[in-house]
Design a binder for this molecule. Structure first.
Ligand code: KIV
Ligand code: ZN
Length: 539
């Protein structure tokens, strides 16, 4: 291999105007968000959707509108807001689902309904209890209904990779005749291999009637760690849409990681000969945003976006790098948006420097947001000598209305006692003018604070998970606390950041209470995918 052929430049379009384009279908907010630990509220979803649009994804699957009022509202809000990206809503081949998706997408400038139905023998027999003929009819009816409600229709044959190829081709041919313009063959259970998926896509492109009028799409899960390799193999066999998620989040072991697929296509452009519209310099900021919004970090050695992805530790590698970066580097950190050099701000840094750094990190606050961020930056800079990028991200995200009310902390005191027990007292203020003060003891300071907040606000909060991590470096680093609590029949997750981890936990608890209190009564119902009449999307 000629090492020069792996060279890459920042920005999309490195294989030239003649290259065929692969559409990037992002499902971070649907397949990704439905995985345990990754749930996001509406504001977080909107923020993520805007970042994904700026990243350049072609299609954004915003949710499953029929799953819950919250999902419906999130899809509708994203549909109203995005300008260039096609907004997609998922629906089973059921009239109610398709109708809900159509209504949620009504205001989208470019809308797509993604109807899906299982086709494999296992799913037909054990999940659906349907014959081949019934599956065929339901697929056609679903596509026909969806066609009248949006700009374009995608049909997915769930568990396609374990479906008889002849039957799959028959269902796909019928879907094309009914009006589908994208045919997706998902590897729902992450079972296939690169050579197998190549064989299937090549075969389908020859045997589906109307294949030349539609786009073939792949959607690979990572159960055997092959999602990205399988997606790339499908692309080499003619798939021109790839379904993927930021950081590879998704059901079980996750989906193909968007950043890995995109960078493989870019760095190995000469090999794949296709292009995407992704602005690769936004990959790292978008990945960071997702970790901030969900509180789930990626492992250090994660390709493209992990902390070690561009770190060269071994002396022999460092020596080589000093002579010629190409010896051990196939892409530059800047190509994926890793801001270099890592600039550290401090208490003498001004507003302009702060704004510029925030922009580099992918945050573009309006003037009011900037005022609030600057004030918090100055307060933090008084406590902490060096303000790192991670601190700035935490501050920028602290501007979420989650942290803004209706409740806010006026006073917080905690004491730990020998033997493990602790006590806490809080004074909270509500935007309606109420004040509430409560004290409690607990099995440690976090438990005591949670109990005191529970009493002060009158919400039952049963702690199910508590995690704390440092968001930056040094002994004076800020801590990010993530709390998950059960309230009613639903789990809620909240985050808080402070140089004091008990205060961070209190802010996380308050973020949860505020979200609970801001929910419209209908949204408080635990109507999730799991409560739908038929099983969850995945087997
Ligand atoms: O994995 C899968 O089969 C899915 C479908 C809904 C496309 O997520
Ligand atoms: Zn999936």
């Amino acid at each position: 291999m000629n090492p020069e052929s792996t060279k890459t430049t920042a920005g999309p379009g490195s294989v030239g105007a003649a290259a065929e384009r692969v559409r990037i279908f992002d499902t971070t907010l649907r397949d990704g968000e439905q995985a345990p630990g990754f749930s996001m509220d509406r504001r977080a979803k909107l923020r993520m959707a805007q970042a994904l649009e700026a990243l350049g994804v072609d299609i954004l699957e915003a949710g499953f509108p029929q799953a819950s009022p919250d999902d419906f509202a999130a899809v509708a809000e994203i549909a109203r807001t995005l300008k260039n990206t096609t907004v997609c809503g998922l629906a089973r081949c059921q009239a109610g689902d398709i109708d809900a998706a159509g209504r949620a997408l009504e205001t989208a400038r470019h809308s797509r309904i993604h109807v899906f139905l299982s086709t494999s023998p296992l799913h037909r027999e054990h999940k659906l209890g349907m014959s081949k003929a019934q599956v065929l009819d339901a697929a056609v009816a679903g596509v026909e209904q969806a066609r009248g409600l949006c700009h374009e229709v995608e049909f997915s044959a769930e568990d396609a990779l374990r479906t008889e190829p002849e039957f799959l081709a028959e269902v796909f041919s019928a879907a094309v005749a009914a009006g589908a313009t994208t045919l997706n063959a998902p590897d729902t259970v992450g079972y296939t291999t690169p050579s197998e998926i190549v064989e299937l896509f090549s075969w389908l492109r020859q045997h589906v009637r109307g294949a030349e009028q539609v786009i073939f799409s792949c959607h690979c899960h990572d159960d055997l760690g092959m999602a990205v390799a399988n997606s790339l193999a499908a692309i080499s066999a003619g798939a021109r849409q790839v379904e993927c998620t930021i950081n590879g989040i998704g059901e079980r072991a996750g989906n193909a990681a968007l950043e890995e697929v995109v960078m493989a296509l870019k760095v190995r452009a000469a090999h794949f000969g296709v292009d995407t519209r992704i602005d690769t310099r936004k990959l790292h900021p978008t990945s960071r945003l997702l970790t901030q919004l969900t509180g789930q970090v990626v492992q250090r050695n994660k390709a493209i976006v992990g902390d070690n992805a561009f770190a060269h530790e071994a002396g022999i590698h460092q020596h080589g790098m000093l002579k010629h970066r190409g010896t051990y580097e196939i892409m530059r950190p800047q190509d994926v948006g890793i801001a270099e050099p890592r600039l550290v701000l401090g208490k003498h840094s001004g507003r302009a420097a702060l704004r510029q750094r925030l922009q580099t990190l992918g945050h573009v606050p309006d003037d009011a947001g900037m005022d609030a961020i600057f004030a918090r930056f100055k307060t933090l800079a008084d406590k902490k000598r060096a303000i790192h990028d991670e601190d700035l991200e935490a501050i920028a995200l602290g501007q979420d209305p989650d942290a803004a009310g209706p409740w806010r902390i006026v006073q917080l005191n905690t004491a730990t006692h020998l033997g493990g027990s602790a006590s806490a007292s809080v004074k909270l203020a509500h935007t309606d003018g109420r004040e509430a003060s409560e004290a409690s003891i607990g099995d440690g300071p976090v438990d005591a604070v949670l109990r005191a907040i529970e009493r002060a606000t009158g919400n039952d909060l049963e702690l199910t998970d508590f995690q704390v991590r440092s968001v930056s470096e040094g002994g004076d680093a800020q801590g990010q606390a993530q709390l998950t609590v059960r309230h009613g029949e639903r789990e809620w997750t909240g985050h808080g950041v402070s140089t004091d981890i008990v205060e961070a936990a209190a802010l996380a608890a308050l973020a949860i209470v505020n979200r609970i209190e801001r929910q419209p009564p209908a949204g408080r119902r635990p109507a999730t995918l799991a409560t739908l009449a038929t099983p969850r999307i995945h087997p």
